[in-house]
Design a protein around this ligand. Structure first.
Ligand code: DUT
Ligand code: MG
Length: 152
């Protein structure tokens, strides 16, 4: 699926010093987001910081959203993940895209201005109309969950 996404450049270093967010390969799902920092940022173990991405987007279509996800290399090797688990960007949000970074690792991590620190993925959204009922039609699973079907 393809969508034309409106983007505002909030940091003049984009287009000059830094390329605009881009897909790393033809079939990459995520657009890499950069840390629009003025100076290196040292994240001590356990610390979180809200880092500007230097851009804003307007998805507009309520059948879409975007999520901010960790980059796997940073998350696995350096413990740099997101302070909010996953960032959810609403289709009507027009403010600056912010990245909550969390050092869940055991070593301090230094982030340089312009580093690609997370990724943005556009996703389809199904919005629900709630229908309140007294009983559900019985399903194979019923109310079983949280390991109910075993491990093997
Ligand atoms: O990692 C994130 C998560 C959210 N947002 C922006 C876009 C999103 O549309 C808005 C609100 O996010 P969310 O609904 O998750 O946060 P909230 O705490 O419920 O805030 P609000 O009361 O504004 O909805 O904040 C970001 O820039 N980065
Ligand atoms: Mg909200």
């Amino acid at each position: 699926m393809h969508h034309t996404l409106q983007l505002k450049v909030l940091d003049a270093r984009f287009g000059g010093e830094w390329p605009l967010p881009a897909y790393a390969t033809e079939a990459s799902a995520g657009l890499d987001l950069r840390a629009a920092l003025d100076a290196p940022l040292v994240l001590e173990p356990g610390d979180t910081a809200l880092v500007p991405s230097g851009i804003s987007i307007h998805i507009a279509d309520p059948a879409l959203c975007a999520v901010i996800l960790p980059r796997s290399g940073l998350g696995h090797k350096h413990g740099i993940v997101l302070g909010n688990g996953t960032g959810l960007i609403d289709a009507d949000y027009q403010g600056p895209l912010m990245i909550s970074v969390w050092n869940r690792g055991r070593e301090p991590f230094t982030m340089q201005p312009g580093d690609r620190i997370a990724q943005l993925v556009l996703l389809p959204v199904v919005r629900a109309t709630l229908q309140v009922v007294d009983e559900f039609e019985t399903s194979a699973r019923g109310t079983g969950g949280f390991g109910h079907t075993g491990v093997q």
